[in-house]
Design a protein. Sequence first.
Length: 161
Amino acid sequence: LGPRGRTRPPAATAGDDEPGEEAAPSGARPRLQINLAHTFLLSSRLTLREGRAPIDLLSREALLLGGGRPRHQLDLSANFSRPGMGLRLAGSHRSASFTAIGGSGAEPDTLRFGALTTVSFRAFTQADRLLGRSAWTHGTRLSLSLTNLTNAREQVRDRLG
């Protein structure tokens, strides 16, 4: 409760922004958050019908559109926020995967989906901080988002390159 028993308004948040990306409440100290996650799949199998051998989604026999499952995935994000503004840098790396697309048993045709690394940046600020307080800037947020800064594209190759 605030002064005179009134409830305080909730801290300003980024609304539908990404997790961990909320504006620090007024009067709060700056905040730094760093997150690193590594997903390592030991096994990933799919059984299409009972009695049939399962398909190893990590092998070259994977049959999914867009490639089999990558064995490794790394995600890193760093967020810095202070009252009325924030910055976020995020990166993701996915290892190579494979998909069988046919061919004969002696010479199967496999697509190799190369490793992919992407980096994104996002900044936001309350309009009052840049343009001064006014009726039309009150509650307005300005955002800049740059997705896939390096313009990375997935390379897909068959057995002939």
